[in-house]
Design a protein around this ligand. Structure first.
Ligand SMILES: O=P(O)(O)O[C@@H]1[C@@H](OP(=O)(O)O)[C@H](OP(=O)(O)O)[C@H](O)[C@H](OP(=O)(O)O)[C@H]1OP(=O)(O)O
Ligand SMILES: Nc1ncnc2c1ncn2[C@@H]1O[C@H](COP(=O)(O)OP(=O)(O)OP(=O)(O)O)[C@@H](O)[C@H]1O
Length: 468
């Protein structure tokens, strides 16, 4: 960003999360990301500068390597007057726009943001709760979230369906996200949010309104009547296009040659997913294991998530080992690279997938850092930008996806790739216990009660039949 060329009237609020607030430039395809810090954790300018440097380095040296250069946009530090929050901000491409254009296009543009969450069931032998081998964390967590009032109702979305690579399951997952978006789905039209919800008080999703926005994209030149039939057709087109984009492997860059090679592990389906439940009821087999193409972003994200090899239950004692060491040698924190720098050496250590504990701090530290990276991949979001293109448009650098009645130039990117802090591990450990205990006590207890009532009824029934 050039010195002296920023005018605050050209920037508008775009969105925010727990850690940052984002403003977008009206004409140019860039956003500024300001970090938020709680008042009790005030940081000096220098610390904030270092924090931003770490975010940029982590994106460049770690996530770009794992996920590929086409998908990761690391941004650059920017120290402009506009920043009223910290004194510094990060300048990033506006991912709700197509990444091939520097200036906001006059062509309409649709952008779908998905926060897919963790796509596998833990395979670690350190897991003590049997339930964690059957039901995924997202599905269990839903019950606690609804009980605490974070969301209104349980979502039918299960990340394992989205990550399955099976088109039918992916369609089901995307439809479920559209029914109950929570913080897992947002849709922007020309950079403005048109679909998504903030909290449990948000109005119920209105598909006909969404279809009204989307119709010109998917049925540009035909007079498809409005009404439930039209709504269903438009939603179906959207779901099919997003699935195709998610299965595309557009990353042809040098970087991003995934060096993890973690094979598929753990169960293929989550027992709580309505999709797999209905298959079981119909007596059908569980679907085939992940058919995700290796080049696609979902596959790569899943591989990084699987760096959580030991699960929080196996990781926590290792974290405690590092903690004990740091209590004794606090000056070692820097050498251990707990707070960066996230450089090539940091990245190289992440590639050691051994799970043989030799009792050293080095082993414990590697697993802790891998866990932090995995947690980051479990909480990132995927942005898909779609812009209608002409039937005969010659293909330049931008990939194109067809729908039934139109074609879209598209780009796929990842956002929210800030490395999760070392300090959050005890919280993760406690939250994990809370999620599983709540699920086991309430949901399973309810299921068992229903089962035993059914059993009792059938017993009664048998008795009656005997009497007759
Ligand atoms: O623990 P989870 O799975 O609930 O994830 C948190 C997210 O909640 P979610 O379940 O996606 O609704 C949570 O999302 P919301 O702020 O609730 O939208 C944050 O992303 C949080 O990350 P951080 O602590 O701000 O770095 C996330 O915390 P981390 O666990 O990733 O640190
Ligand atoms: N580069 C970008 N281009 C377009 N929109 C963006 C970009 N970065 C962030 N956003 C928007 O701003 C929102 C908040 O950004 P971000 O996820 O980085 O915040 P956060 O505070 O890190 O989130 P969390 O609460 O998950 O920790 C995103 O959900 C997205 O809609």
């Amino acid at each position: 960003m050039e010195e002296g060329k920023m005018d605050e009237n050209e920037w508008g609020y775009h969105g925010e999360g727990n850690k940052s607030l984002v403003v977008a430039h009206a004409q140019r395809c860039v956003v500024l990301r300001f970090l938020k810090f709680p008042p009790n954790r005030k940081k000096t300018s220098e610390e904030i500068f270092q924090h931003l440097q770490n975010i940029v380095d982590f994106g460049k040296n770690v996530m770009k390597e794992f996920l590929g250069e086409n998908y990761v946009h690391c941004g650059s530090r920017c120290d402009k007057d506009l920043d009223t929050l910290s004194g510094y901000a990060m300048c990033l491409p506006n991912l709700t726009r197509l990444q091939t254009y520097r200036f906001a296009e006059h062509r309409p543009i649709l952008c779908v943001e998905i926060k897919p969450k963790c796509g596998f069931i833990p395979f670690s032998s350190d897991v003590t709760h049997e339930m964690k081998h059957k039901v995924c964390r997202y599905c269990m967590h839903q019950h606690l979230k609804v009980a605490t009032g974070k969301w209104r109702q349980i979502s039918r979305y299960c990340p394992l369906d989205l990550y399955s690579g099976n088109k039918q399951r992916m369609h089901f997952a995307l439809k479920s996200l559209l029914q109950e978006a929570q913080n897992n789905l947002k849709i922007f039209k020309n950079g403005e949010l048109i679909y998504g919800c903030k909290d449990a008080r948000s109005p119920v999703a209105d598909w006909s309104e969404l279809a009204h926005h989307l119709k010109p994209f998917f049925f540009p030149s035909n007079g498809l009547a409005s009404g439930p039939h039209c709504t269903r057709a438009v939603i179906r087109e959207l779901v099919h296009v997003i699935t195709r984009v998610l299965l595309s492997g557009s990353d042809k860059g040098r970087a991003g040659t995934l060096r993890l090679g973690l094979g598929p592990q753990g169960p293929r389906v989550c027992e709580a997913s309505p999709f797999s439940r209905s298959l079981r009821c119909q007596g059908k087999n569980t679907p085939e294991r992940s058919g995700l193409p290796k080049g696609c972003l979902l596959y790569k994200t899943l591989q990084v998530q699987m760096l959580d090899l030991l699960d929080i239950e196996g990781l926590y004692p290792l974290y405690s080992r590092v903690e004990r060491y740091l209590e004794e040698f606090p000056e070692e924190r820097k050498t251990l690279q707990i707070d960066g720098p996230y450089d090539e050496a940091f990245y190289q250590k992440l590639l050691d997938l051994s799970t043989e504990d030799d009792g050293t701090v080095a082993f414990a530290l590697t697993k802790v850092q891998q866990y932090r990276v995995a947690m980051t991949a479990k909480d990132c979001s995927i942005m898909i930008a779609l812009s209608p293109c002409l039937q005969d448009a010659s293909s330049d650098q931008t990939p194109v996806v067809p729908s039934s009645r139109s074609r879209f130039a598209f780009s796929v990117s990842v956002l929210d790739l800030d490395l999760k802090p070392y300090e959050s591990i005890p919280h993760q450990y406690k939250l994990d216990g809370k999620i599983v205990n709540y699920y086991s006590k309430t949901v399973c207890a309810k299921d068992n009660a229903v089962m035993s009532t059914r059993f009792k009824e059938s017993e009664d029934c048998t008795l009656v039949l005997h009497k007759v």
